[in-house]
Design a protein around this ligand. Structure first.
Ligand SMILES: [Zn+2]
Length: 311
C-alpha cells in the first residue's frame, strides 16, 4: 500500500482499504474512494442528513465550492452529498482531500447541519450499524438503511417491468448510424479517410437508442453495435463503388461499377492496398466505438442496490 496514503489515513484515524477509506472529519462522516488501476478519479461522500437544507447545501456547492475546490459530478442522495475530483498524483490527491474535507465540513457547520445524526432520517443514533451505500461506508440506523434498500429495489423492479420498446430503440440506432454515414460520405467526398465517422455513428446510435425510448439492457448493447456497424460498412462499400463508377464514366467504360470494384480489388495491387488500409482504419474506429459503448452501457446497467449492504 502507498505510504503517503497510509500516513494520511493514520493522521485522521480513517479506516483504510486498498482503494477506499472512511472515518470522521471535523465531526462529519466522510469517505473517499477510487484511485485504483487506470482510474485517477477520486469520489467523495459526506454522509449527513440534509433535510430542508438540501437546497442551501446544493447552492453552496454549485455556486462556491465547485469552483474553489475544482469539484465535479456534485449530487445529493438520501444519505448525503457526493462529488468527485481528478487529482494528478497520489500526493496531490491527499493534499486536495485535506482541503476538500476542511472546506466542505466547514460549510456544513456554517449551515448548522448536525454531523452526529443518522444520515437517512436525521434522528440521533443511539443504536447504529455500519452500512455500505453508494460504495461508501458509514454508520446509520439499520431500519433506515433497510427502508432505502427496499425502496431502491422496488424502483429497479418497476424499471425492469417497463416495456422494452425494441422498435423505437432500433429506430434510434438507425438514425444515429445514419448520421455517422452522412459524416462518412461528406468526409469521403472531401477526400479524407472517413474512419472517425464509424465511431460517431456507434456513439450516436447508443445515445439515440435510449432517447427514442429503448431500454438499457443487454439487447441494446447488441443493437447499437451491430446496426451502425452494418450501415457504415455499406456506406464504405457504396462510396468506393461510386468512385469507380465516376472513373468509368470519365473513361467511357460501360458496365457494372460494383463488379468493376471487386475486379479491381482482386487484380490491382494499388487499389487493393488503398481499399484495405481504409477498411482497416474504419474497422479500428468501429471497434473503439464498440468498446466505448459497451463500457458505458454496462456502467449504466449496474444496479444501485448491488452497492448497498450491511457491513
Ligand atoms: Zn435513521
Amino acid at each position: 500500500m502507498n505510504k503517503k496514503l497510509e500516513q494520511f489515513a493514520a493522521k485522521y484515524n480513517f479506516a483504510l482499504e486498498k482503494n477506499r477509506m472512511h472515518g470522521t472529519f471535523n465531526g462529519y462522516a466522510v469517505s473517499a474512494y477510487g484511485w485504483s488501476g487506470m482510474s485517477t478519479i477520486c469520489l467523495v461522500g459526506i454522509h449527513v442528513f440534509l433535510g430542508t437544507k438540501a437546497g442551501e447545501v446544493m447552492n453552496q456547492f454549485t455556486l462556491r465550492l465547485k469552483k474553489q475546490l475544482r469539484l465535479q459530478q456534485i449530487g445529493l442522495d438520501s444519505s448525503g452529498v457526493y462529488f468527485a475530483f481528478v487529482p494528478m498524483t497520489m500526493g496531490s490527491m491527499l493534499k486536495r482531500l485535506d482541503e476538500i474535507f476542511s472546506a466542505v465540513t466547514e460549510c456544513l457547520r456554517s449551515l448548522e447541519i448536525d454531523g452526529s445524526v443518522c444520515p437517512y432520517c436525521g434522528q440521533p443514533m443511539e443504536e447504529s450499524i455500519e452500512v455500505e451505500d453508494m460504495h461508501c461506508r458509514f454508520r446509520a440506523h439499520e431500519q433506515c438503511f433497510e427502508g432505502k434498500r427496499s425502496q431502491v429495489q422496488e424502483a429497479e423492479k418497476a424499471e425492469e417491468e417497463l416495456p422494452n420498446n425494441y422498435g423505437r430503440g432500433i429506430l434510434g440506432a438507425l438514425v444515429g448510424g445514419l448520421l455517422g454515414c452522412v459524416i462518412f460520405v461528406i468526409l469521403y467526398m472531401l477526400g479524407f479517410v472517413a474512419s472517425i465517422s464509424s465511431f460517431v455513428g456507434m456513439v450516436l446510435g447508443a445515445v439515440l437508442y435510449s432517447k427514442f425510448g429503448g431500454k438499457n439492457n443487454k439487447v441494446k448493447i447488441l443493437f447499437v453495435c451491430i446496426v451502425p456497424f452494418i450501415m457504415i460498412l455499406l456506406t464504405f462499400y457504396f462510396c468506393n463503388v461510386y468512385t469507380v463508377a465516376q472513373a468509368m464514366a470519365e473513361e467511357g467504360i460501360m458496365g457494372s461499377a460494383s463488379s468493376m470494384f471487386w475486379l479491381l480489388v482482386q487484380e490491382n495491387e494499388e487499389v487493393r492496398s488503398a481499399v484495405m488500409s481504409d477498411f482497416a482504419v474504419t474497422l479500428l474506429f468501429t471497434i473503439i466505438g464498440i468498446v466505448v459503448n459497451i463500457g458505458w452501457m454496462i456502467g449504466q446497467q449496474k444496479k444501485i442496490s448491488s452497492g448497498m449492504k450491511k457491513v
